[in-house]
Design a protein around this ligand. Structure first.
Ligand code: SF4
Ligand code: SF4
Ligand code: SF4
Length: 567
């Protein structure tokens, strides 16, 4: 049995875009150390996250190595091939695809549609008249009901899925030693196999099976083992199951089919509102349009042609009568996912820490992957989300940090745009260039919107504009303004739009003192480097070398200090 979940995240590839969180109907994904991890207990294996992940980080477990091992170890394998192969495998290769199982060492390939026919046959006899019946061949729907609508579990028809029914039927015919390999378009079938290893040993996609067979040429016919299936071939399209139980229909009874996770949820949500009905049979499938659009169905054919191909083939075979296997009852246990009740004060506390106490601060933008700021707050309480997922919170945080840094810098700092309008500056900048700077700065903190050309001399402004326009990243120079010298560093922030400047008054006594200290440090560093180089050349232990070095250092120091004094 495989212990790895059929859907997982390749952590190193995750780019923290939260697209998977956004599309997951059950928010079965938590952010851990910046990576979006699938919460196995909450996941229903619909595969939506895999489909949308732009980085290829959300993945479906690949069972190819295991399958190859099973083949090479000479086991009695039988392929149970889902009827959607008509939609998913190229028409010209379909017969060769079926025949390739025998060539690869399988006992043969059999149609899962046989299991579907057994399900339909038993279902017809077990419809609970005067009640609501939820019937499905889809393990995702079963997971949704078990985990999120557990009060509706009693409405599920107590029958195995066609794949499990078929596997049991095959074991009944070929003996318990044979091993069934399900081949289909479905991720959730992998978990169904994991949970029922005595019936299905492994579940692989059409693509995984095709990769073993290599290039397939057109062949005249396909040889299935046991018998050919008839109306069971309708199952992969929405409404296919209901179609096979049509004789059971009656004017007083209502049969309806729905597909797509959102539609399925809509139906399950509204069941409570149904007044006393006579008989309602609901066929539910998680993939829009049915298994022909399964997550592993391949996207190389149009939805219309897939549906058309399946319906045509099913119609051709509709009247084939196959034997019915009736020992397929199943029971469903509940597996409720913890649905917390959140205290209003806890939600408010989290909203406060993300700067969303007021309703107008709750943008509900969905950037974090959750539909609303409140849902995001609940996910934080559940430890599924981190505050850093909120774009506006992070933006405000970054702004605060930048403000604090600019404010604490001893130099004058200004950021301006391409029209020389000040975006932000600190008080030290204002004090360098503006009279009564404190008063002005208090009246307009950061001097946002002030015109830089009215604050700085024209030559510095033109350097600013030049850096913005040319995109030259950095400009550094000492510039004289009236009777003062300023050390100016002007750097690009966004080409064509924004640049920043750092200014130091190097004529001030503080700066002069600092310059002297910098020069002294420079001399010491250069001395040390020279000494190290010479020591390496001559060998460190020689006493004569030490004497020589000391004299070199002394003479070097003396000459450097003289240079300094001359300056
Ligand atoms: S979709 Fe999810 S798994 Fe993929 S990169 Fe974005 S956050 Fe990561
Ligand atoms: S497989 Fe479906 S339920 Fe599971 S995490 Fe992905 S989107 Fe959510
Ligand atoms: S509808 Fe989709 S998820 Fe459900 S059984 Fe078919 S392929 Fe699998």
């Amino acid at each position: 049995m495989n212990t790895q979940s059929p859907v997982y995240t390749q952590k190193t590839e995750c780019q923290d875009c939260y697209k998977c969180v956004r599309v997951c109907e059950f928010k079965a994904i938590k952010i851990e150390d910046g990576h979006a991890i699938v919460i196995t207990e909450a996941c229903v294996y619909c595969g939506r996250c895999v489909e949308v992940c732009p980085a290829g980080a959300k993945r479906v477990r690949n069972d190819l190595v295991r399958l190859k091992y099973m083949i090479s170890s000479g086991r009695n394998l039988i392929a149970s091939v889902a009827p959607s192969y008509i939609a998913c495998v190229a028409s010209s290769a379909q017969n060769a695809f079926i025949n390739s199982f025998v060539r690869s060492g399988f006992i043969g390939a059999s149609e899962t549609a046989l299991g579907a026919q057994s399900v339909s046959s038993v279902l017809k006899e077990n419809i609970r008249y005067g009640e609501i019946n939820i019937t499905t061949c889809c393990p995702v729907v079963v997971e949704i009901i078990r985990k999120y609508y557990s009060h509706l579990v009693p409405l599920l028809t107590p029958l195995m899925s066609p794949a499990l029914a078929h596997a049991k039927q095959l074991k009944n015919t070929f003996g318990k030693d044979c091993e069934v390999v399900f081949v289909g378009p479905c991720i959730a079938k992998k978990i169904e196999a994991d949970r029922n290893p005595s019936l299905i040993s492994i579940s692989v996609s059409f693509e995984e099976a095709l990769s073993i067979f290599g290039d397939l040429k057109e062949e005249d016919s396909a040889e299935f083992i046991t018998e050919r299936a008839g109306a069971g071939n309708y199952y992969p399209v929405e409404g296919g199951m209901i179609r096979t139980i049509s004789e059971a229909r009656h004017a007083d009874n209502c049969y309806m089919a729905f597909s797509g996770v959102d539609e399925v949820r809509g139906v399950l949500d509204s069941i409570g509102g149904i007044e006393k009905c006579k008989t309602l049979v609901l066929e539910l499938m998680a993939c829009r349009g049915g298994c022909i659009n399964g997550p592993l169905s391949g996207k190389n054919k149009s939805f219309l042609s897939k549906r058309m191909n399946v319906l045509q083939k099913a119609c051709e075979r509709e009247n084939i009568v196959a034997s019915v296997f009736k020992d397929i009852t199943a029971g469903w246990d509940k597996s409720c996912v913890n649905t917390n009740v959140y205290r209003e004060e806890d939600i408010a506390a989290v909203l406060k820490t993300t700067g969303k106490s007021r309703e107008d601060q709750q943008l509900n933008c969905g950037g974090c992957g959750y539909d609303s700021c409140r849902d995001f707050a609940k996910a934080i309480i559940d430890k599924k989300a981190e505050r850093s997922m909120c774009v506006t919170y992070m933006r405000r945080l970054a702004q605060k940090k930048a403000n604090a840094l600019i404010k604490s810098m001893p130099s004058g700092v200004v950021i301006a745009d391409d029209s020389l309008s000040v975006i932000e500056c600190n008080l030290n900048f204002a004090r360098l260039f503006i009279e009564q700077a404190d008063t002005m700065f208090n009246a307009r903190p950061g001097l946002e919107g002030a015109n830089l050309s009215k604050i700085l001399p024209a030559n510095i402004c033109s350097i600013f504009l030049n850096v913005i326009r040319t995109g030259n990243d950095f400009f550094e120079k000492d510039i004289r303004v009236e009777n003062k010298f300023y050390h100016c560093s002007i750097f690009l922030i966004e080409k064509g739009h924004v640049a920043g400047g750092i200014f130091q008054d190097i004529t001030s006594p503080m700066m002069r003192k600092k310059n002297v200290i910098d020069k002294a440090e420079n001399v010491i560093n250069r001395n040390l480097q020279t000494v190290q180089t010479i020591a390496a050349l001559l060998g460190e232990n020689a006493a004569s070398t030490e004497v020589l070095l000391n004299s070199i250092i002394e003479s070097f120091n003396a000459s450097e200090m003289r240079e300094d004094e001359d300056e």
